[in-house]
Design a protein around this ligand. Structure first.
Ligand SMILES: C=CC1=C(C)c2cc3[nH]c(cc4nc(cc5[nH]c(cc1n2)c(C)c5CCC(=O)O)C(CCC(=O)O)=C4C)c(C)c3C=C
Ligand SMILES: [Fe+2]
Ligand SMILES: [Fe+2]
Length: 341
């Protein structure tokens, strides 16, 4: 039987914590029209302004979490790839990053050179967003088109509500929740509100009411990142046996002046401390591998903010990383990936 390769795709990190490398990475990332969705001249202007101060700030943040082997996101994604390999009997398993190295282009060209003609592309994002899922898929399609590769893609679909993903989250969080806690915050990566309006097929759903994302279904749910996050969180809480007053959802990693989806994690950390929460658990289910946004933004800065606001302890629950249940879940989900025409 013809071999079916598996290509795992994550976001990517700078090559090093040098300011020049961080600037190069941020420029590639933020100039992606799926990330900063403005016409080129405006995008170029805005990104150039961001690149005045941000590279030095981000380089400092990266340096505080960098491992001897490299960026945690890249190291953990490589470990995940190695862990998946023995289970994926269908063919080779490779890793690529949307920004930086190893690139999607390099991986697809290498696979084609080995005679592979079928690839399952697995964007490692549980919830759909154009700035993550779509851009990874479109980059793979661009490479296949421009390099004239004879490759057919099957594509892993967003798995925000799939029992395998939810069960893996519950299993990986269980030892932390068993320590006891006053509240669990499920902090997802944020998005500019504009991104949600753009993908809303009805033009009338998103952010139109207090609980519009709680009630989303069908085509609206399929395109609403915020609704998918809320559904992941609710499914997790139900499966973990949490009461409604034990957990809440927030959105982190805001950048720039535009309005991003709410509630903001920063605001919730202050509110929870003010409401008397002493021991706070935080998990970040939009990330399957720990990275700067979990380790530095929540584990360092978030903890400091929560304690300054009157909290006593913030425990960051690690991402799924290479948890055995997650490795098996990912393989099962990838086996169901539909062929993309
Ligand atoms: C307009 C800016 C951004 C959008 C939109 C955005 C969406 C988005 N990002 C992730 C996942 C990750 N983002 C990471 C880092 C990161 N994100 C942005 C900006 C936007 N993200 C920046 C500028 C950075 C770099 C770090 C910094 O300077 O703050 C990472 C971690 C990368 C790492 O090397 O560790 C991940 C993962 C999702 C899931 C998402 C939309 C839902
Ligand atoms: Fe991001
Ligand atoms: Fe919505």
């Amino acid at each position: 039987m013809a071999e079916q390769a598996l290509l795992l795709v994550n976001l990517g990190s700078p090559a090093s914590t040098e300011v020049a490398d961080v600037r190069r990475y941020l420029n590639q990332f933020l100039m992606d029209p799926y990330v900063v969705d403005l016409p080129w001249p405006l995008r170029r202007l805005l990104v150039s302004m961001i690149l005045i101060k941000r590279p030095a700030q981000s380089a400092h943040a990266y340096a505080s979490i960098w491992w001897p082997e490299g960026s945690p996101l890249v190291v953990l994604s490589k470990q995940l790839t190695d862990a998946v390999r023995p289970y994926w009997k269908e063919g080779p398993v490779e890793l690529a990053m949307r920004y930086g190295e190893p690139s999607i282009e390099g991986a697809l060209v290498r696979l084609a050179g080995q005679g592979i003609r079928q690839v399952t592309l697995a964007p490692l994002y549980p919830q759909f967003a154009e700035s993550t899922t779509t851009t990874a898929i479109e980059e793979a399609r661009r490479v296949i088109r421009e390099k004239r590769l004879d490759i057919k893609l099957s594509i892993l679909q967003p798995f925000f509500d799939q029992p395998e993903y939810i069960d893996a989250l519950v299993d990986s969080a269980r030892p932390y929740l068993a320590q006891g806690f006053d509240h669990l915050l499920l902090s997802f990566h944020g998005l500019p509100e504009r991104h949600l309006h753009k993908t809303d097929p009805t033009g009338a759903h998103c952010l139109k009411g207090e609980d519009c994302c709680q009630r989303a279904e069908g085509a609206v749910l399929a395109s609403c990142y915020r609704a998918q996050c809320i559904q992941s969180a609710a499914a997790f809480a139900e499966r973990a046996g949490l009461r409604d007053d034990q957990w809440s959802v927030s959105f982190q990693s805001r950048l720039g002046r535009a309005k991003w989806i709410e509630p903001y994690t920063e605001t919730r950390l202050d509110e929870l401390a003010a409401s008397g929460v002493k021991k706070l658990m935080v998990m970040c289910p939009a990330f399957v591998s720990d990275c700067i946004e979990t380790l530095e933004e929540i584990g360092d800065r978030g903890r400091e903010q929560f304690i300054e606001a009157g909290g006593a302890e913030l425990q960051l629950i690690p991402c799924l990383n290479t948890h055995e249940r997650w490795v098996q879940a990912l393989v099962a989900l990838c086996r169901r990936a539909p062929l993309s025409l």
